[in-house]
Design a protein around this ligand. Structure first.
Ligand SMILES: Cc1ncc(COP(=O)(O)O)c(C=O)c1O
Length: 391
């Protein structure tokens, strides 16, 4: 046999700058060092056993083959009802809602179906880490616009970044990592910019049920003009403490959704049948998602109250299960480290894992801030606070 026949071809990477994500690195470091893992965003507690029962029942009842391509009718009907009750927007469950393999797939498919090579997509930074690689794989160009020092969107900078090639804008409220939420004023400006420049809006609302202090979640679908040009995406993983199930949904007007499904049909086709049955049954009761804000607000308050006794600086947390902290006033020499090194030091030496804020920016961006996830048992948060109070 000629040696050439056993040579692996070289690939020209589609994402040459992408390596292992910081979330994987910090989780691995946390388990290696026995640190409390407040890095990656997932709960360390179980979901409601009733939800597991509903899924197991569906499996035992034989719902184990492909469901319809767009998702189970009963689940899509329940979602359409929920959206109408909460936000007053009417989506046709049959033509305007699709069940996806996590919000990650929904975001990617929304991008893939609306951009062409050479198009530009506005990304507001700090941003969830999949957006930019998704845009690049779609052959489009991400155009980043950083928020201000208080994590408010600089709409004048967004407007200035728009060119004739801009096709879409990605927004995320409640925001990971900043914990900020869009206000009415933000939505009004987004609407006027999107309408003026005929943009598609991809609205990542996976933390829609985690908004605190009595504030409402302002979904892009609340306004008919915005809903008419938006893909609105949410995730059961976040809402029901089942991030590993990777089931989410996307709602959009039929003309947008029919293009979305052309991609979904061939990159995913269908999503886990028994989980969809279980979710459809569970979603009939609004209480679990209605109670989510108070459930997490308690954890937020516990965590913030503990941190208030340390030298960490607390940023506002209006939503999500993330808390940003400034570490520049700590009484240790490591307070001057860049964020990634500080997060590693904190994990190794203090025993609490965090995520550097810089990992949510495409270009180097140091602010002396790290992100903690408070979707943890109260005892986990207390243990982390005990360790952090040494600083
Ligand atoms: C802002 C944001 N969007 C999307 C996702 C992905 O959601 P899913 O796990 O449903 O794919 C996450 C998960 O952390 C997120 O924080």
């Amino acid at each position: 046999m000629n040696d050439l026949t056993v040579m692996t071809p070289q690939l020209q990477s589609r994402l040459p700058r992408v390596g292992t994500t910081i979330f994987t690195i910090m989780s691995a470091l946390a388990s290696e060092t026995g640190a409390v893992n407040l890095g990656q965003g997932f709960p360390d507690f179980d979901c409601d056993p009733a939800l597991v029962d509903a899924v197991s029942q569906a499996m035992r009842a034989g719902f184990n083959q492909y469901p319809p391509m767009a998702g189970l009718a009963s689940l899509r009907q329940a979602i359409a009802k929920k959206i109408e009750n909460l936000y007053g927007a009417q989506y046709d469950w049959n033509t305007e809602i699709t069940i996806t393999a996590g919000a990650t797939q929904a975001i990617f498919d929304a991008i893939l179906c609306c951009v062409r090579p050479g198009d530009e997509v506005i990304v507001i930074e700090p941003a969830y880490d999949s957006y930019i690689p998704n845009i690049l794989v779609a052959g489009a160009t991400p155009v980043t616009v950083a928020v201000d020092a208080d994590f408010n969107i600089r709409w004048d900078a967004v407007a200035a970044a728009i060119t004739p090639r801009t096709r879409a804008i990605l927004v995320n409220s409640p925001n990971n990592p900043s914990g900020r939420i869009l206000q009415d004023r933000d939505l009004a400006i987004l609407e006027s910019i999107a309408c003026e420049h005929d943009l598609i809006v991809i609205s990542d609302e996976v933390y829609e049920h985690m908004v605190y202090d009595g504030q409402p979640h302002r979904s892009a679908c609340r306004s008919p003009a915005l809903a008419a040009r938006s893909f609105v995406i949410s995730s059961f993983g976040k809402t029901y403490h089942v991030t590993g199930w990777k089931v989410a949904y996307c709602a959009a007007p039929a003309v947008l959704m029919s293009e979305f499904r052309k991609i979904h049909q061939f990159d995913t086709f269908t999503v886990n049948t028994p989980v969809q049955h279980g979710l459809a049954a569970y979603l009939a009761d609004p209480l679990p998602y209605q109670n989510l804000a108070s459930f997490y607000q308690h954890k937020r308050d516990l965590f913030r109250t503990g941190l208030a006794n340390t030298r960490f600086g607390l940023r506002p947390c209006e939503g999500t299960y993330f808390q940003l902290v400034d570490y520049g006033d700590l009484a240790v020499p490591e307070r001057t480290l860049p964020e990634a090194q500080f997060a590693q030091w904190l994990t190794r030496e203090i025993g609490v894992a965090a995520i550097p804020l810089s990992s949510f920016y495409d270009q180097p961006h140091e602010q002396g801030v790290v992100r903690f996830c408070f979707a943890k048992k109260d005892e986990t948060l207390k243990l982390a606070l005990e360790r952090l109070s040494r600083l």
